[in-house]
Design a protein around this ligand. Sequence first.
Ligand code: IPE
Ligand code: IPE
Ligand code: MG
Length: 243
Amino acid sequence: MLFQKKAAEQSRVLPAHIGIIMDGNGRWAKKRGLPRSAGHRAGAGNFRTITRYASQIGVKYLTVYAFSTENWRRPQEEVGALMTLFRQYLEEALRDFMDENIRVRFIGDVSRFPEELRELIREVEEASAPKTGMVLNLAMNYGGRAEIARAAQLLASDVKAGKVREEEVDEKIFSGYLYTAGQPDPDLIIRPSGEERLSNFLLWQSAYAEFVYFDILWPDFRPRDLERAISIYSSRKRRFGGV
Ligand code: IPE
Ligand code: IPE
Ligand code: MG
């Protein structure tokens, strides 16, 4: 038993790119008789903890799903509370992640956010651009389908302008028009909360990602759960269609 555990530890394979669907804030709050916004606050705090931990153990790319293109369907009050939280956390992130050498990028259509938030997004991206450590992709107003449609539009316009020839369009060229251009595809996608679905997260990029679902609500997700996911990932055999 002990030997097996040791062997498993020795063969820990660190994914280069991890995606996390930060789900379960609302249920976490409900369980405690608190408003949903309290769950989002706890979730945002945990986002900092897990991001810092991932950077410290040497993950190269971390993509976190913070707000989907479908999340606008929520009551205005909840969307408003989320916008306030994003502002607070981006301000803190400015200070925090700087010390950690983390480069923050935003994926999604941020043009729909309030101007104050967009200004902060610009500041964070600019200030962290020279950082050389982990790349943190914050998926905000992100949807996999919207991302693919946008890529098709950009590509079509480049074809029209004669920058790309129609015949040369392939998977590699197409990938270059996604928000994640130049980054490796996610190796591991983790979803806490008990739901087992992608909910429009990284549709193109997840073609060969390993999925790990946990029955834990996001605010309760600890660094040891990330380690657990990495250990499950390490035990999987990826074949990419081969044998
Ligand atoms: C995830 O938690 C946060 C966002 C989608 C912004 P939820 O708010 O979806 O929490 P549940 O799924 O209702 O518990
Ligand atoms: C996915 O969670 C989006 C984020 C975590 C940001 P949702 O709670 O929106 O997903 P569904 O509605 O359960 O599929
Ligand atoms: Mg949810």
